[in-house]
Design a protein. Sequence first.
Length: 84
Amino acid sequence: MNKQAQIYRYIKKNPETTLQEIADAMPWDYFHNRNKHFGEICSRMVKRGAIQRVKKGIFIINPKPHRSPFPQKESFENQLSLKF
């Protein structure tokens, strides 16, 4: 499971979540600047419309997403598929 999906599920279960709570709940380890890495992930999610920033460091699920939070990759008819 990717990191954004894990953060999305955590915010969905715990509305109005702070960045520190997200960082404490996730099992990934960073050596330095842990909040910076989580802040960057959350910023990308805000730009995509998956979550909404209420105030600095506080996030909620976007009540009106303009697209799916995690879109599936499209496959085209003329695209080759590799089979192993």
